[in-house]
Design a protein around this ligand. Structure first.
Ligand SMILES: C[S@@+](CC[C@H](N)C(=O)[O-])C[C@H]1O[C@@H](n2cnc3c(N)ncnc32)[C@H](O)[C@@H]1O
Length: 357
């Protein structure tokens, strides 16, 4: 059966429908079928061309090949998808980050707050892994997070925008989601999510970051734009301090874990026990976890432990891959980044466990 598989993918995860083939040809498989079926049924041209659809469980033995991406011809990197950040995010970054750095009196002779770009990226921010609440030489914690936002945030924003686009462009969320951004930095995941689902949308955002300076810049960015007026925000230093006054109940939850696992100082076991607390609190709706990271293997060394903990908590690993994200920086200027990403999903928890706590 394996030799016959020529296409394996999921519309729900943005894998493009191969326009030049007839899906009734044996060997073409659609995956994640509950969602794909709805998409296919809605679209008459897809419906007419669609042959046999296999349930994910029918092709469970193909999963490894599917997830390794080797047999897939249609995943992030070979799609035509080119991402552009919305203008309001570009303007927000210009006024709250780029101008603040470049117009600072210390930024003389092409330095950033008196520091070269290389030193800012490698030593002041430690590629995003610094303890941002400590000063660095003459730079305050607020300076350090500003330099983080200047040097690193844009790329993470663009990558998350690509991921959210793939998740939501065909099936936008029907109800207000709860977005939990673990290791949120300066509101990176919240901005990308808001940019993708549209400025009119409302959602609840819970930004969790050890660093007070990061949370503070996050709130500065969130409150500086009218596009986020409808977004309820809560900032917390750790998962266990989140105020669950209005628990999500049946509302769908998205958990963003963007570049958090790269941290050399991250204690993954502690993170996992905190995530377990989180899973018990977030109610009974669907939970999607989006993991993004640098493709370097060292940055992903904790991923197997993280994945096992999630699978033990009944999450299904739906995508585990590397892909290329294409960004249009300016008209006609397209830049391509390599991204490591994974997607976990847990359906609604509609079975009551009796006798537990
Ligand atoms: C590389 S930055 C990523 C920030 C943001 N997610 C982004 O993509 O721009 C990692 C962030 O995780 C925070 N962090 C590290 N360990 C953490 C932990 N155990 N719990 C919460 N935040 C943590 C750091 O303070 C830092 O802001």
């Amino acid at each position: 059966m394996n030799e016959k598989i020529k296409y394996c993918g999921s519309l729900a995860f943005g894998h493009r429908f191969p326009g030049n083939i007839n899906l009734s040809t044996p060997g073409y498989i659609f995956f994640n079928v509950e969602v794909d079926k709805v998409l296919i049924e809605k679209n008459s041209s897809l419906r007419d061309r669609c042959g046999k659809i296999f349930l994910a469980t029918d092709v469970v033995h193909l999963k490894n090949e599917f997830f390794s991406g080797r047999k897939m011809t249609n995943h992030i990197d070979d799609s035509e998808l080119v991402i552009q950040l919305p203008d309001w995010i570009k303007q927000l970054r210009r006024s709250e980050i780029v101008d603040r750095v470049q117009k600072d009196p210390r930024s003389v002779a092409e330095t950033l707050l008196g520091i070269s770009f290389t030193v800012a990226r490698e030593q002041v921010t430690e590629w995003g892994q610094a303890n941002f609440d400590e000063p660095w030489k003459d730079l305050s914690p607020a300076d350090r997070v500003l330099l983080y936002a200047y040097c690193h945030q844009l790329r993470h924003l663009e990558e998350l925008t690509a991921a959210f686009h793939i998740l939501f462009h065909q099936t936008p969320p029907k109800e207000n989601l709860v977005v939990i951004d673990v290791g949120c930095g300066p509101f990176t995941g919240g901005l990308a999510f808001a940019g993708e689902i549209g400025s009119e949308s409302q959602f609840d955002y819970i930004g969790i970051d050890h660093s007070q300076a990061m949370r503070s810049l996050g709130e500065t960015l969130a409150s500086a734009t009218k596009h986020l007026n409808g977004v309820y925000r809560q900032w917390s230093p750790d998962i266990s301090s989140v105020d669950w006054g209005s628990a999500p109940n049946w509302r769908p939850v998205i958990i963003i874990v963007s570049y958090l696992l790269a941290s050399r100082t991250l204690d993954v076991e502690t993170l996992i026990s905190e995530l377990e607390i989180l899973f018990n609190k977030i109610g009974r709706g669907t939970v999607t976890i989006l993991y993004t990271n640098s493709p370097q293997s060292e940055a992903n060394r904790n991923f197997p432990t993280f994945r096992k903990a999630l699978q033990d908590a009944d999450f299904e690993l739906r995508v585990n891959d590397e892909g290329m994200v294409k960004i249009e920086k300016q008209p006609g200027e397209i830049r391509t980044y390599k991204l490591r990403y994974a997607l976990f999903f847990r359906p609604e928890q509609n079975i009551l466990s009796l006798g537990g706590d």
